[in-house]
Design a protein around this ligand. Structure first.
Ligand code: F6P
Length: 565
């Protein structure tokens, strides 16, 4: 008999706490309430359940909540000491206990410059110095005074990174593309599937390309493999010109990392290294030097505005009472659906083409943070924790997966995100997009009753018998919750606020579930097993025991690839 794999003899007490039990009782009373009735009972529902913060409007009135629900949810937040934990995070306490680290992405955008201490040292001078270094470097590159090895200015930046070292700067660059410099491109390589880098390099000129190798650890297999491929490609071209490879690398490769030894080992001059710190989690690192590729693209001034926007949201999160606190409200609504209604996922649906990468970005931010089943004390979580986060550009989703949102059997709360002012407004595109955004949340909430559907079929002249057959298929239950997050315009500042809002939402949920949201041990095992299989491929030998499935699959690769035999 195999030994027991996990010994969790104690269970997290959360579901037996007073605030949780009160919510459970309340849920039984209100679970069938239809939002349409709530709207009919209260003409002020929109104004009571919406908050304006700077240029952002959050409308959370299309949720299955009453004042009592919200009161109980805030009681739970208070019981779990959200405010106390929030203050501990901002003050630099090592709340990432399994790694013994502070969690201070907020210090990276601390535009007040008030001291923040880690181990007795104020981290602000280091942050400011790195920002200044990035400003000087990015201005040189963007102005053309930084020259490549043949004297050409840089026209293309390639960010090589994965996870937080890719998704953050990638999403920001897409979101703020209207602020980018003309004729200056940024590219992102993340997958180790050689297709991506090969296709990209084919279209690039090594004389005017700058590589940013971004990796907190500088040991990530995919990133280091891509970086070596890029270096090899680059040096082949340098060789053709008979130039010194050391000088050429210095002009075309920079690193973003916390690991100086590994950066030097790779052959990048530490002068060309932009630093950050172990208290910046990978998925929270876009505010740090990991943002370098996006800085080169949109310029330092815009990047600073994004930091300012995030700082504004930090201040709001720190000072607003829970009842008026945007990240807290969003977090507690998520808990209401996930833990009481049993919703398993949550959709992110931007109606803004430039925010098309936001769902992918938030997948990592949320699921790598709160995809945990053990609480901070190592006890088993007997309640669901992080929800499955997914999504796509909303207007495309309407013609793909919205059917399931409207008529499927699952409850899928969704965040609808839109900008009122678009950078491009050709003909009637803007109005059509905005109308769709507005209509979808209305349809999801309202639904369409049997009587309304019957009446519509009658008006359409459908034969009454045929209408009765169609009827059940055309009824919409409605009562599908959504938040509408509407930005006046997707500016750097607005983007900063939006991302910080989600970061704090994730934080609050992690605190309520009593998780450490800042480690990610769940990514380790697959990495270790990859090393074993890679060794078996390289040595063409069976070195490790595997189950018959994995063994069979390895052999299938071998049978179908001569070089593995
Ligand atoms: O494997 C997961 C992870 O560690 C993420 O947390 C991180 O964002 C990503 O890999 C990349 O890590 P690094 O920046 O160290 O290359």
């Amino acid at each position: 008999m195999r030994p027991v794999r996990v010994i969790l003899n104690s269970k997290s007490p959360l579901i037996n706490t007073p605030a949780w039990l009160a919510l459970q009782d309340h849920f039984e009373l209100v679970k069938k309430t239809h939002m349409l009735d709530l709207f009919e009972q209260d003409e002020q529902r929109f104004s009571r359940y919406s908050i304006q913060f700077k240029d952002m409007l959050l409308d959370y009135s299309k949720n299955r909540v009453t004042d009592e629900t919200l009161g109980l949810l805030f009681d739970l937040a208070r019981q779990q000491q959200v405010e106390e934990w929030r203050d501990r995070m901002f003050s630099g306490e090592k709340i990432n206990t399994t790694e013994g680290r502070a969690v201070l992405h907020t210090a990276l955008r601390n535009r007040s410059n008030k001291p923040v201490y880690v181990d007795g040292e104020n981290v602000m001078p280091g942050i400011n110095a790195e920002l200044e270094k990035m400003r000087i470097f990015s201005e040189k590159v963007r102005s053309g005074s930084w020259k490549g090895y043949t004297g050409k200015a840089i026209s293309d930046v390639v960010n090589i990174g994965i996870g937080g070292s890719d998704l953050g700067p990638n999403m920001v660059s897409r979101a703020l593309s209207p602020y980018a410099k003309d004729h200056f491109n940024v590219h992102f390589v993340s997958t180790v599937d050689g297709m991506q880098i090969q296709q990209m390099l084919r279209d690039l000129n090594p004389e005017s390309t700058l590589f940013v190798v971004a990796s907190k650890t500088f040991t990530t297999q995919e990133t280091m493999t891509n970086a070596l491929t890029a270096k090899q490609w680059f040096l082949e071209h340098v060789g053709e010109h008979g130039k010194s490879s050391e000088d050429a690398i210095r002009r075309h490769f920079v690193a973003v990392s916390t690991n100086e030894a590994a950066v030097s080992g790779f052959g990048i001059d530490p002068e060309n290294m932009f630093r950050f710190w172990d208290w910046v989690g990978g998925r929270y690192s876009l505010w740090s030097a990991v943002g370098l590729a996006s800085i080169l693209y949109i310029g330092m001034d815009n990047f600073i505005k994004m930091l300012e926007g995030a700082h504004e949201m930090d201040e709001h999160f720190q000072s607003a009472p829970l009842e008026k606190n945007i990240p807290v409200i969003l977090a507690m609504l998520g808990i209401w659906y996930g833990n009481f209604f049993g919703a398993e996922s949550s959709a992110i649906l931007p109606y803004d083409h430039n925010l098309r990468m936001l769902p992918a970005y938030l997948e990592q931010a949320d699921m790598e943070s709160n995809g945990k089943s053990v609480d901070r004390e190592g006890r088993q979580a007997t309640y669901s924790t992080g929800k499955i986060i997914w999504g796509a550009e909303g207007i495309n989703g309407q013609h793909a997966f919205y059917q399931l949102l409207h008529q499927g059997t699952r409850l899928i709360p969704a965040d609808f995100i839109a900008s009122v002012q678009f950078p491009v407004c050709i003909r009637d595109h803007c109005n059509i997009l905005a109308s769709n955004f507005l209509a979808q949340t209305e349809a999801l909430m309202r639904g369409r009753t049997m009587e309304e559907t019957r009446e519509q079929l009658r008006e359409a002249g459908i034969d009454p018998d045929e209408a009765e057959t169609r009827l059940p298929h055309m009824v919409f239950e409605g009562n599908q919750p959504s938040n509408s997050i509407v930005l006046k315009k997707l500016t750097p500042r607005a983007l900063g606020r939006l991302i910080a809002m989600y970061e704090h939402k994730i934080f609050v949920q992690g605190i309520v579930w009593n998780l450490n949201s800042y480690d990610q041990w769940g990514v380790e095992l697959g990495k270790n097993l990859t090393k074993n299989i890679l060794e078996e491929f390289e040595t063409k030998r069976d070195l490790y025991p595997h189950d018959s499935s994995t063994h069979g699959l390895i052999n299938w690769f071998r049978q179908n690839r001569e070089d593995l035999r």
